[in-house]
Design a protein around this ligand. Structure first.
Ligand code: ADP
Ligand code: MG
Ligand code: ZN
Length: 487
């Protein structure tokens, strides 16, 4: 008997705002000393009043629009109560039954087939403090708390259970991250915990139409751990079902180093969050005009960009996908073309040459000395025949080490192609004279002998001769020889 997995994902996204969700503390804590970005509001002192961060609201609306959601003109904040040390107030301000965005979708491509993943809702809440469990001097079981993260705007995107495999779940998350980074609402930096995932998975027999009991695995922080945890759960639940066990709804934790999940609590012991409308905040009322203005400000989205690269730039679907899947790559490519580089050579030089060189040197596109303007100038030199493609590659490698332009390198090192026919003609005559055997072969009709002259001529010019011109002049020279022999 085989079982079908059903997967739904909840994605927590830290928003790239300047300040926190309900106070004016800085939301950027990566390099800050612990507990320095704090104030009475995010510390939960009695009597203080939260204020809604307008930028966080705009970012959430933008995300909703990019994910094809309906934006609710009326939404509200609620208190979610639970006792845990990472929540200094004793409650989290979140949105419960009136979220900002509902009913969206994200289209992904799996195995070459389009697949639509429905988005149930997107709501706004605040991040919690960071707990670090330590051992050592402080002894086993001590925990340190850093409140800097508490109150950072957190957007939660809840999918419908529309994903069918761990691989598909990963593709959805990658596509989602790309959209959020493209529209500028999130850094998407997984190492810094700027995206965190709760995954829900159930199995059902093929003959069964109802979903099975779902297992939720909370707080995963990488695409890899999402995929591994799901693969593990599918294997574990399949085995349990095959043994005739009855699975129950539960929350499980993922132990990354051991590659397993362990039960944390079952439905019976689920938290009762005692949600109620946040009494310190008014409802959030939006006008359609505000929403429309935000819609108009959306940049080109990744899927539209991919389509454009195929249809107007004429790129292969492979090249278009690679470029569209990376925000900095796409920006760089668009600048090349904007600066006048022809679309296809631009893609080739960027993907095949520049990225290859950067990878082998462990450098990144953003910090490379070869700016789009500089690469455009190099491409122009190759396109107009000043230098050959292979010389162009050498020049590119040099550009990575210096602040010198392609034009200056070509001039300083005398790399321009030799198209001066006088010099080439005498070189060709010398080469023919020096290869008497090849000449006899050629004159006796062996076309292959032609190429045995090309190599030496190119070599003598150290690769700078324009190959097309060399071949032309060589053909003429050999024809003259044939005429002399016949007369
Ligand atoms: P809860 O009330 O426990 O939060 P929800 O129904 O609100 O559960 O769904 C939370 C997440 O779990 C959503 O992303 C949803 O798509 C997913 N989900 C719901 N039911 C299932 C199921 N049977 N199997 C897998 N995922 C599910
Ligand atoms: Mg949940
Ligand atoms: Zn604060």
């Amino acid at each position: 008997m085989s079982y079908l997995p059903t997967i739904g994902l909840e994605t927590h996204v830290q928003l790239r705002t300047v300040s926190k969700m309900f106070c004016s503390c800085s939301a950027h804590y990566a390099d800050a000393l612990a507990n320095t970005h704090v104030c009475p509001v995010c510390m939960g002192a009695p009597g203080v009043l939260p204020v809604i961060n307008a930028q966080a609201v705009r970012f959430t609306i933008l995300s909703g629009l990019a994910l094809n959601c309906t934006i609710n003109t009326f939404s509200r904040f609620d208190r979610k109560n639970y006792p845990y040390p990472d929540l200094v107030k004793g409650y989290q301000i979140s949105q419960y039954d009136n979220p900002l965005c509902i009913h969206g979708y994200l289209d992904i491509t799996t195995d070459g087939e389009p697949h639509r993943v429905r988005i149930r809702r997107i709501h706004l809440e605040e991040d919690t403090a960071k707990l670090t469990h330590v051992t050592g001097e402080l002894g086993e079981g001590e925990s340190l708390i850093d409140i800097n993260r508490s109150g950072v705007p957190l957007m939660e995107i809840v999918s419908e259970p529309d994903l069918r495999t761990p691989q598909e779940a990963r593709q959805y998350l990658q596509a989602l991250r790309l959209v959020l980074v493209t529209i500028g609402v999130a850094s998407g930096n997984l190492e810094e915990g700027a995206l965190r995932f709760d995954v829900n998975i159930s199995l059902r027999a093929e003959s069964e139409s109802e979903f099975g009991a779902k297992v939720e695995i909370k707080n995963l922080n990488s695409f890899r751990s999402v995929q591994r945890a799901l693969e593990y759960e599918i294997a574990r639940q399949t085995q349990a079902l095959e043994q005739g066990q009855h699975l129950v709804q539960e929350t499980r934790g993922w132990l990354d180093d051991r590659g397993i999940t362990v039960s944390q609590r079952t439905k019976e012991f689920a938290h009762d969050y005692r949600y109620f409308p946040e009494p310190d905040l008014p409802p959030l009322i939006l006008s359609q005009a505000e929403i429309d203005a935000l819609r108009a400000s959306l940049p080109e989205l990744p899927e539209a960009r991919r389509q454009r690269l195929i249809s107007t730039a004429g790129l292969s679907s492979g090249d278009a996908s690679v470029i569209a899947a990376d925000v900095s790559l796409a920006r760089y490519y668009d600048e090349l073309v904007h600066n006048g580089a022809p679309p296809k050579p631009a893609a080739n030089w960027l993907l095949n040459d520049l990225l290859g060189l950067l990878n082998s040197r462990g450098e990144s596109l953003e910090t490379s000395r070869v700016t789009p303007a500089r690469l455009t100038a190099l491409i122009a030199l190759v396109q107009n025949g000043t230098i050959s493609t292979s010389i162009g590659r050498q020049v590119l490698a040099k550009m990575l080490d210096t602040d010198v332009s392609a034009g200056s390198i070509v001039a300083a090192e005398g790399l321009a192609q030799v198209s001066d026919t006088h010099a080439l003609v005498s070189l060709i005559e010398e080469t023919i004279d020096a290869n008497a055997k090849a000449l006899v072969d050629y004159l006796s009709g062996k076309e292959a002998a032609f190429n045995s002259f090309v190599g030496p001529v190119m070599k003598a010019t150290r690769g700078k001769a324009n190959p097309a011109i060399v071949r032309d002049l060589l053909r003429q020279a050999l024809d003259r020889r044939r005429a002399t022999v016949q007369s």
